[in-house]
Design a protein around this ligand. Structure first.
Ligand code: N01
Length: 543
């Protein structure tokens, strides 16, 4: 459906029931389910097609770090005739999956593509929201449902002279759709997070030379990627209903990541080694989230995991000086307190003569000039500069929209002294705004499709409850939001997460408030959501 006909549908309704922003996993599921329940609902998305993060992050090597079938919808009409080719699908395959989802669920007919939402303003008089887009379109909606994802706003450091670089220079989240051929070129990559590791792996295959600018070593884990045959996926599908049941009710949003309940320190050295080795062989996040329950809580257990990772990794790097830079004797932060990235031969690349690691802790970047990057001791001539420097996670996407509540107050200013939400869904002073996959919900600790379903069903039930009650307004109370903020603080202090300068903590962006932005306990989170709903949506005022 073209844009004009979508506008026509909107004008037929004086007020939409729900306007969703974002056509990634969360937005798509929400649209599908709300439409099924009889609501008038639309998605606005800045991209020209479905996919959310997967549309924008089309850099070389982009690939998901959550293996399927954890990373897909549990809807039978979608999975029954979709077959993945790999255990960890590529960005391209994920976009193809979204096209398949579209074909099955007929999502696009209710999406206004190429539409960036720039403002949302609550009307006390009408108990609804006025949404404005960059192209001057306006729509009124009873419920405003941001499904922005955690990485809607990229972060580029303020490097002196960056704009003067004469070759192609792109952030991984703004990669040109036409691609950039690395063959025979001198590639520089700043950043060694998940995006950096993936680009570096691709560059090192074909580039004349790859320079890796590393500030903090990444504790990357073996992906243990595998191709799937159609027979294998068909066999897996026999278990899908049970897999999805376990996934959507589990501790971690992965049906198959179940850590031992005992402490790593309760196991003998031999037992510990065996559990670590098994997780290592299983690959993916098994070694992060599927060994012992206290890895992210107990310093000693954490150090045991770190030592195992360090020794495995160092054995793969020939030069001991390089090995110390990539996998230092002492960890710069607790193991897993920054999200590990998944690698495929990453550490071996540093044995190649055409790959160089520049340790920015020893020789920081002083400037970028038209020819390349200057560090304290040396200049690196480059043809292409890749900025794999991450995201203003969680709150950044919200700050890109001028969201105004009951007193015309801005959401970003409201959160300046700390994010306050009730269960990550609602914010006091911003009635009828229900967030999915946002700050203070599991988000970055819960893969997209799982969260889309478990949080999505909570919102669907909530709107049905309001409809049944004849209510037109729902607003989180100050008390409930303060209590949830305290809960987030308690979790942050209980775990080792607060010890790292990570995007989980808002600590990767200079000047950003330091606080735990995402809830690391999927099960605890779901229990809280369930009890809130069972108690008539306690902590929300409904009228
Ligand atoms: O971003 P990051 P990302 N000078 O923030 C460095 C998801 N994702 O895009 O660690 C020099 O992790 C920074 O250094 P430091 C996934 O959840 C998933 O890679 O702050 N360097 C770091 O090395 C992931 O965790 C997939 O010292 C600077 C890097 O830039 C999340 O997105 C793929 C710097 C940023 O790493 C974010 O990953 C891609 C500076 N001034 C992304 N500023 C998969 O599914 C920053 N850095 C596999």
């Amino acid at each position: 459906m073209d844009q004009n006909s979508t506008d026509k549908i909107e004008s037929e309704h004086e007020v939409l029931d729900a306007l969703i922003v974002g056509a990634g996993f969360n937005g798509v599921y929400q649209l599908y389910r709300l439409r099924e329940e009889g609501y008038s609902v639309r998605i606005f998305d800045a991209a020209p097609e479905l996919g959310g993060i997967w549309y924008w992050n089309c850099y070389p090597g982009a690939r998901v770090d959550s293996h399927v079938p954890n990373y897909e919808f549990s809807l039978e009409e979608v999975w029954k005739d979709w077959n993945w080719t790999e255990r960890f699908p590529s960005g391209e395959e994920l976009l193809a999956y979204f096209r398949h989802v579209d074909q099955k669920l007929d999502i696009s007919r209710d999406v206004r593509f190429n539409t960036r939402v720039v403002a949302a303003e609550f009307s006390n008089e009408h108990n609804n929201w006025l949404i404005r887009t960059a192209d001057g379109h306006e729509v009124r909606t009873r419920f405003f449902i941001p499904c922005l994802g955690f990485a809607a706003k990229s972060y580029t450091p303020d490097l002196p002279g960056l704009e003067r670089f004469s070759g192609p220079c792109h952030h991984t989240a703004h990669w040109p759709k036409a691609g950039i051929d690395f063959t025979g070129k001198r590639i520089g990559v700043i950043g060694t997070g998940a995006s950096g590791v993936q680009v570096i792996q691709e560059a090192a295959k074909v580039a004349a030379h790859t320079t890796v600018f590393q500030r903090t070593p990444m504790f990357a884990l073996p992906m243990q990627q595998r191709r799937y045959t159609t027979q294998e996926t068909a066999a897996m599908k026999r278990d899908y209903p049970e897999i999805f049941r376990r996934r959507n009710n589990g501790n971690s949003s992965f049906y198959d990541l179940v850590p031992e309940p005992r402490s790593a320190m309760e196991a003998s050295a031999q037992e510990r080694q065996a559990v670590f080795e098994d997780a290592w062989q299983r690959g993916g996040f098994s070694f992060w989230a599927g060994t012992f329950a206290d890895i992210l809580y107990n310093e000693d257990s954490n150090m045991e995991a770190y030592r195992f990772w360090r020794d495995k990794t160092r054995a793969r790097v020939k030069d001991p000086v390089l090995a110390e830079k990539l996998a230092p004797t002492e960890p710069p932060h607790p193991f897993g307190s920054k999200r590990p990235s998944l690698e495929q031969g990453y550490y071996e690349l540093f044995n190649q003569p055409n790959v160089k690691l520049v340790d920015l802790r020893e020789t920081p970047i002083s400037a970028v000039d038209p020819q390349g990057v200057q560090c304290a001791d040396e200049s690196y001539a480059l043809d292409v500069l890749v900025l794999a420097t991450g995201f203003d996670a969680g709150t950044g996407g919200f700050a890109q929209i001028d969201i105004r509540g009951t007193r015309n107050q801005s959401l970003t200013e409201t959160w300046a002294d700390g994010v306050k939400t009730h269960l990550g869904y609602g914010v006091p002073g911003f009635p009828n705004m229900l967030m999915l996959y946002g700050p203070q919900s599991p988000t970055a600790f819960c893969n997209g499709p799982t969260c889309a379903e478990v949080q999505g069903e909570w919102v669907v039930s909530c709107l049905n409850h309001l409809r049944d009650e004849g209510a037109v307004r729902i607003e989180a109370t100050d008390e409930a939001a303060s209590s949830w903020a305290q809960h987030m603080l308690d979790i942050s202090e209980m775990t080792l997460l607060s010890r790292a300068q990570s995007w989980y903590m808002g600590a990767n962006v200079p000047g950003k408030r330091r606080e735990l932005l995402f809830h690391p306990g999927v099960r605890i989170y779901l229990e809280n959501g369930r009890s809130c709903a069972e108690n008539g949506y306690s902590g929300f005022q409904i009228s």
